[in-house]
Design a protein around this ligand. Structure first.
Ligand code: MN
Length: 430
């Protein structure tokens, strides 16, 4: 899996890519962009620029078998390709951008002049709950002695989310109105959510799908995962607390989900794979349909995740965003392959461009909590920011920024770009 495209000595004729903390030539993430109001096409982030994949396909420098997929306005067709085809494209892109190749600036667009779109038409979106520290921290608020429900260590728990309201980084997030019923009140009222929160998650992109009725075995699951993005599962905690029983999240979650625009491919992340952390003594082994030795050996990832907040007060004072938490994807209790194999285990069909959220990725320490629900313990312990402002939950004008980086000794580190969103006031009641 690790090949010449990961070679740390490899440099690009795109000067800004060399030493770039996010998009060096070893990354090559895929996205969809519009240069200067032009129509949408597929591109590859390289340094401060985007390589126009449609232009490459039209110039017949990519494999003819995938040229049509490269000319589409979304990544769905490319995501449906085999692992071998995707890896071959990566080899081609790496060679084209290598410093020994002929510079082709006509295929580049400055990223700052481009609008970035959602990378794919998302057919279905499913949100998992695989962050065990988040599940424990939130469960503890309701069941101090027994925070995890009995199914947690057997089932990769999830609910079906809403694809229509998945938005790309930079789009505003409208505070939702909804039913709120705090414990202090006997009947619910309808109005703006008072407890608006973020959730730090890894977005997992389905590549090749499966036919209805045909499960995907765990040993093959990895081949169906094309790549990863950052995902913010915005959550209205007051609406959630009142509505979620007995069928789970609904309007508290489906008003907006923010995604970072780039798909960091499974191939780019090969050097950052980890052994899945051994389960604590006493935990059950995964059932056989969720257990694969290769997946246990290298199904986890070492990706550092940061949550930053920029308040209106900080923006007015020209202050930099403040980091609220730092976590890592290694804290997930289930691997992406286990989530995918479980999802398809009953014959449910998955399609290229389907999206999973991992669940909120909190770590074991207070500094690594992936939601305000956990940081402020349900709003009971407000957070004091360096600006002197306090927060229980998000206020209008607050901007939440997620970033992610993978690094390892002897390897060139890569980044995910950003998933950011500003909270806009709730619509007026009418
Ligand atoms: Mn979530």
């Amino acid at each position: 899996m690790i090949d010449a495209t990961h070679d740390p000595s490899r440099r690009s004729w795109v000067a800004s890519a060399n030493g770039h903390s996010e998009f060096p030539i070893q990354n090559l993430p895929l996205g969809v962009f519009s240069p200067n109001g032009d129509d949408a096409r597929i591109g590859v982030a390289i340094g401060d620029a985007i390589l126009d994949l449609r232009a490459l396909a039209q110039a017949q420098v990519v494999d003819a078998a995938i040229a049509t997929a490269c000319e589409q306005p979304t990544l769905n067709a490319l995501l449906s390709e085999t692992v071998a085809a995707r890896a071959a494209l990566r080899q081609t892109l790496s060679a084209i951008l290598d410093e020994t190749a002929k510079p082709r600036p006509e295929w580049l667009r400055p990223m700052a002049d481009c609008v970035l779109h959602l990378p794919a038409r998302i057919g279905d979106y499913t949100d998992f709950f695989a962050g065990i520290h988040h599940a424990s921290n939130t469960g503890r608020q309701f069941r101090p002695d027994n925070p995890l429900l009995p199914n947690y260590k057997y089932v990769p728990v999830a609910y079906h989310g809403r694809a229509s309201s998945v938005i790309v980084s930079g789009e505003g997030v409208r505070r939702p109105n909804g039913q709120r019923k705090p414990a202090s009140e006997t009947v619910p009222s309808f109005g703006a959510s008072r407890n608006l929160d973020y959730e730090l998650e890894l977005g997992i992109w389905v590549g090749r799908g499966n036919a209805l009725g045909e499960p995907i075995p765990i040993a093959e699951a990895r081949d169906h995962i094309a790549g990863f993005s950052l995902l913010n599962d915005w959550s209205a905690r007051d609406i959630q607390a009142w509505e979620y029983q007995p069928l789970g999240p609904f309007l508290a979650k489906n008003f907006a989900t923010t995604l970072s625009p780039w798909i960091v491919t499974a191939e780019a992340l090969a050097p950052f794979r980890l052994r899945q952390a051994p389960r604590p003594a006493g935990d059950p082994a995964p059932l056989p349909y969720l257990f694969d030795p290769d997946d246990q050996e290298s199904g986890a990832f070492d990706i550092t995740l940061d949550i930053l907040l920029l308040t209106p007060g900080m923006r007015a004072a020209n202050a930099a965003p403040v980091r609220l938490a730092r976590s890592n994807t290694r804290h997930l209790y289930w691997t992406a392959a286990q989530m995918l194999a479980h999802h398809a285990s009953n014959g449910c069909n998955l399609s290229p461009g389907d999206l999973f959220g991992s669940g909120t990725i909190s770590g074991p320490t207070p500094e690594s909590r992936g939601s305000l629900l956990e940081i402020t313990e349900g709003g009971r312990k407000p957070l004091t920011l360096p600006s002197g402002e306090t927060r229980r939950f998000l206020e209008d004008g607050d901007e939440v920024i997620f970033r992610a980086h993978a690094a390892r000794e002897g390897v060139v580190g890569i980044g995910f770009g950003e998933a950011r969103g500003v909270i806009l006031p709730a619509p007026e009641l009418r």
